[in-house]
Design a protein around this ligand. Sequence first.
Ligand code: PLP
Length: 402
Amino acid sequence: MRTDPAHPDPADPDPAHPDPAARPLGDGTRVVRAGLPEPVKNEPPLPGPVFAAHFHLPGDVEGPYTYGRDTNPTWTLLERAIAELEAPGDASAEAVVFASGMAAVSAVLLSRVRAGDTVVLPDDGYQALPLVHEQLRAYGVEVRTAATAGDAQLDVLDGARLLWIETPSNPGLDVCDVRRLADAAHATGALVAVDNTLATPLGQRPLELGADFSVASGTKGLTGHGDVLLGYVVCRDPELAAGVRAWRKIVGAIPGPMEAWLAHRSLATLSLRTNRQWANASALAEALTARAEVRGLRHPGLPDDPSHKNAARQMWGYGSVVSFTLPDKAHAERFMRALRLVEDATSFGGVRSTAERRGRWGGDAVPEGFIRFSAGVEDTEDLVADVLAALDIALAGASADS
Ligand code: PLP
């Protein structure tokens, strides 16, 4: 993973720093403090959720909290925390939280472009992106698509107003060179947004790689317990931030205070969770390399994975997701049924491992036997043993069938 001296290893930022007070903090320390207010005697460290549709507002419309669709103190703390994690040490970074990842994605895409503009999307991104694609077309926006792999979006940038990158891509796990794409897009006058869902802000910091927007579904690894829907946008330019904030107000895509508070509470364990998930995903991918019936194995951490070179340069961790293909639909279904410690569910990034036969949804260009596997925080040996046992059962079923 990254060894760029300007971006020290988060786990060991600089043990020999000459000034202890200025020594950068590691990820585990940053996440437990992220967004917390200054301590106040007799107050809790993380104030509870503020449930308010409106706030007392005598006289002129002033002050940070006026109406519940515009602002909420629980969002403010979470937004500070997310901005600190996406852009450590950069006071200009501003986060805007949303009701879901798609609310955040749509806020950037639909608020920035006008009829006649051109937008470049990945052709292998999250399966709801084509729905936004259709909406953009209906508004008179030209949409061009290209693959994430090989930085293919470079070839369709000419005249674009906005480049949308998803890296690693879901579910294919391709990784593009964000800095290369961002430089090329800026040279043609386009804004750049990166979907950072799969990596989380501990795994990748798109703003430092040149993006104008880092956008994510907080429903996945960020909150990590499979019980909250959330999204966010982070940017440095106050005008861009004001644009997405205004969009949130117009469409009302706001998170509930309880969800925002739960998300903030979850951040404290983000480093612990992601480190275990990343280690489990790597161990699982490694174990799967030995299975003859597993084809198309993908995990950016595998040294010979097509994504590895870019991932090693621009990511701090390779993510919790492993993708692979079993011989056919029936084989994949037998595998899913045989898993004991892994839930058959969509989504990823949770503390409990989940997997699914992705083709059941339609919409992704994947084979029928394609499995998207999200490693949780279980003990590595238990998880790997469960998957290998399920593969054995699925394989035995194949021999019985033939
Ligand atoms: N972006 C990516 C890469 C995703 O995988 C998802 C959901 O799976 C989203 C965005 C949308 O997030 P949400 O489900 O929170 O709306």
